[in-house]
Design a protein around this ligand. Sequence first.
Ligand code: UDP
Ligand code: MG
Length: 327
Amino acid sequence: MIATDLPRDDRPRPRVSVVVPCFNEEEVLAETVRRLTGACTAAVGTDYEIVFVDDGSRDRTWPLLQAFAAADGHLVAVSLSRNFGHQLALSAGLQLCRGERILMIDADLQDPPELLAPMLAVMDQGADVVYGQRTERQGETAFKTGSASLFYRLLNTLTDVDIPENVGDFRLVTRPVLDALLALPEQHRFVRGLVAWLGFRQVAFPYARAERFAGVTKYPLRKMLRLAVDAITGFSVVPLRISMWAALLCFGIALGTMGYGLVSWLFFDVVRGWASLIVLVALFAGVQLLCLGILGEYVGRMFMEAKRRPLYIVREIVTAPRPDATS
Ligand code: UDP
Ligand code: MG
């Protein structure tokens, strides 16, 4: 039997939930299911669930997930109505999963599922959040690692929250942490930043990040930039202050040009100044547009938040009865 209706709250809470957002991941899914199932079984026996969220894939990801979930009661396949992006697909899985401890992991096996058991052990010693910190990254371009490092430095300069470097969304959290995270209402979700903001006892777990098992990255530059802007505007209003610094700079330049103009007018008998005028006009116009743009970014976000739309729409959920479930 395949249950497709929400909610699924009648089931007992599993000890571990794994949440996996998937976008066009047909090449990796079979292997991901195999490795995750192995890792969960090794760590907690049969008391686990794996929630796959299909983020509006255009390949065979959804039919594959449906088949896997229909065949194995530990798997839950969730289909979103379109592509909402990694962070929202992850949020959907987090909202629907029911475990006591929750592992967030990418579908591409860059983060080894086998680390679940040692991460659970760290949690047993009192950690509320165990986040994977990459000590090395195989098969990623120098551009990706370089831009990531620059971005985290910028982010930490701009914000009060300490968002650790080389940390993605690979982390294990307890149910109370997840409930606190789910209570944050914002639309533009930079999950790793929100978790850092939450506090609790957070422990880093160093690991080597592998290469993608198959397929190509689903994070083109456009999506990376959007994530970066979400992160900065979600945690800092410092960019809004750029206009004040720019105003000071412009004021300085204007004073200098005024002095120059005055001296020329007093002591030299020339009608010049077209070049300096046009340069100043262009400079001031540029700075004003920049400040308007930054302002607009925040106003736009307030507009989107004010609508209070749901974060994502679920189209379908497929899951078979758990083999070990009572009743
Ligand atoms: N992903 C998603 N929706 C998107 C883009 C990506 O759910 O719009 C998923 C993707 O399937 C993967 C995870 O997010 O499980 C991370 O993506 P990817 O591995 O391509 O990013 P990278 O590791 O290259 O930064
Ligand atoms: Mg990846």
